[in-house]
Design a protein around this ligand. Structure first.
Ligand code: HEC
Ligand code: HEC
Length: 192
């Protein structure tokens, strides 16, 4: 049996190898075509989402903010040891796994404050960019892992389904992820 298959395989092998090489070459070419300038332009789109209230309200040093006008959380709640609040004021005592249209309380699985190292409030565009790609502060994420997080994480996706009374992120989610991929392919460029 094996002797019958082998000559056939030998006949197809050069063609297969050639196809593989061509695929590799075109992938590299696509990557090389994404310039630093492309990456920088993509970053501007990315940062317009990161600084939207839906993201910024949770990426805070100690106290979350609320609403499109970004007021201090009422009632006052604080981060606590693990970002889930303290005492009776833990996030999960009010925030559920999905939005509550009756109480207007927003919700998504594991609702809690972003770690202090992931604070985005008050950062310049450059500082935000440097923070985001710094593994010491971003939860040890590679640039690719950042894309995966922002493509799939429930708290991120909530920004596109924010519930009544608050604006969802205006840029379509797919477009946001496409900009992220360009930012990464061009070398995660940051503004000066
Ligand atoms: C309810 C609070 C909450 C909201 C809303 C939220 N985040 Fe986060 N975010 C977190 C928490 C908590 C973590 C840490 C989770 C981890 O490291 O696994 C985090 C981590 C991240 C990280 C990885 C680390 C970093 O900061 O570089 C990114 C990227 C991120 N969030 C993006 C977003 C974006 C984009 C939005 C808005 C569309 C958003 N988040 C909205 C709570 C939130
Ligand atoms: C006593 C109940 C309660 C607790 C405890 C609570 N929240 Fe809230 N939170 C609310 C309500 C209600 C709203 C909606 C307010 C509104 O928009 O009218 C809200 C809104 C928010 C928003 C605003 C989302 C946006 O972009 O508008 C964030 C962020 C938030 N909470 C984070 C947290 C975090 C993090 C914790 C825990 C540290 C927490 N909350 C604890 C009741 C609570």
């Amino acid at each position: 049996m094996a002797s019958m298959i082998q000559p056939k395989a030998r006949r197809y092998l050069p063609g297969l190898l050639l196809t593989a090489v061509l695929l590799m070459v075109s992938a590299t070419a696509a990557q090389a075509q994404t310039s630093t300038a492309d990456s920088l332009a993509a970053w501007q789109k990315v940062s317009s989402v990161l600084t939207h209230p839906r993201c910024l309200n949770c990426h805070q040093p100690n106290v979350p903010k609320q609403g499109d006008n970004r007021q201090i959380h009422v009632p006052l709640v604080v981060r606590g040891p693990a970002g889930h609040g303290v005492g009776a004021m833990t996030c999960g005592s009010c925030h559920n796994a999905s939005n509550n249209p009756t109480s207007r309380t927003p919700g998504a699985p594991h609702w809690h404050l972003a770690p202090a190292s992931m604070n985005w409030e008050g950062l310049s565009d450059r500082e935000l960019c440097l923070m985001l790609k710094d593994p010491k502060r971003n939860g040890k994420r590679t640039p690719e892992a950042l894309v995966t997080h922002m493509a799939n994480d429930g708290l991120v996706l909530w920004g596109w389904e924010a519930g009544a009374g608050r604006e969802s992120v205006p840029m379509p989610h797919k477009e946001f992820v496409d900009h992220l991929k360009v930012w990464v392919a061009g070398g995660t460029a940051c503004p000066k």
